[in-house]
Design a protein around this ligand. Structure first.
Ligand SMILES: NC(=O)c1ccc[n+]([C@@H]2O[C@H](COP(=O)([O-])OP(=O)(O)OC[C@H]3O[C@@H](n4cnc5c(N)ncnc54)[C@H](OP(=O)(O)O)[C@@H]3O)[C@@H](O)[C@H]2O)c1
Length: 218
């Protein structure tokens, strides 16, 4: 996020907040996970590939009997997703779409063979998604935004760790998406989160917060 807590600008073009060294670090975190989840707005706005970029890291995963990149996961109410988006077309890995119950048939029609559409209930709850992913063998899930998704995982107390990278500039535009929106967070002035690590990576800083006893330092 920016110094003032934004994940992007208000302009259509995606804003780069991290630097190359941090993108490499994120790639390694991705490679250590079983699945990566982003909200449908992030799929629409950023068209992310969400694959492991480093060939070395992909080969290491293959050697461990894993697909080259983690499973890709998104969540949607409206199902305004394009089956030609990079989320669906890139990476030799499974794609899961958790969708509100009333839209499941529509979603299966739109996305066809590009993804597995899972009935996420009505409303879709991140706890239910987490439990369903666990049943599918996903033990370590990386949530890569955006703000609406962050807010739900954090307010529902589902996250074991928060990795927050602060880029050295301001966005200064309240129309831009924020890191989180309003909510009742388990970490507040009466219950402070545990700061586990601080690391400078070039001109950005990585803050790691341990949010549950399942936090791992690796
Ligand atoms: N800086 C970063 O690291 C970073 C990372 C990721 C994203 N971003 C930025 O964040 C922005 C997007 O963030 P955002 O907060 O607007 O959106 P978001 O969290 O990416 O996605 C929100 C969308 O996800 C779906 N969704 C979320 N919770 C749901 C639920 N419980 N049930 C059903 N559907 C649910 C809905 O999709 P439908 O509208 O389809 O119903 C909702 O509109 C983009 O500008 C992107 O560039 C930045």
């Amino acid at each position: 996020m920016s110094i003032d807590g934004y994940l992007d600008s208000a302009m259509p073009r995606r804003l780069e907040l991290s630097n190359d060294a941090d993108f490499d670090r994120v790639d390694a975190v991705r490679a250590s996970c079983d699945a990566i989840l982003v909200g449908a707005a992030t799929v629409r706005n950023d068209n992310p590939r969400l694959v492991v970029r480093s060939k070395t890291l992909r080969d290491e995963r293959l050697a461990r009997g894993l697909p080259p990149s983690p499973i890709k996961v998104t969540v949607t109410e409206r199902v305004e997703l394009d089956a030609r988006a990079d989320f669906f077309t890139t990476g030799d890995t499974e794609k899961l779409v958790y969708c509100a119950s009333p839209r499941v048939v529509d979603a299966r029609g739109r996305l066809g063979p590009m993804a597995t559409v899972v009935d996420g209930g009505q409303p879709v709850k991140m706890r239910r998604i987490s439990e369903d992913l666990g049943a599918r063998g996903v033990h370590r899930l990386m949530v890569e935004g955006g703000g609406k998704v962050h807010t739900q995982f954090l307010t529902d107390n589902l996250a074991d760790e928060l990795q927050l990278v602060v880029a050295p500039f301001f966005v200064g535009d309240s129309r831009a998406p924020r890191f989180v929106s309003d909510g009742r967070f388990p970490w507040n002035p009466d219950r402070r989160a545990t700061l586990a690590d601080v690391r400078q990576i070039g001109d950005v800083v990585l803050l790691r917060y341990a949010l549950s006893p399942r936090f791992r330092t690796d």
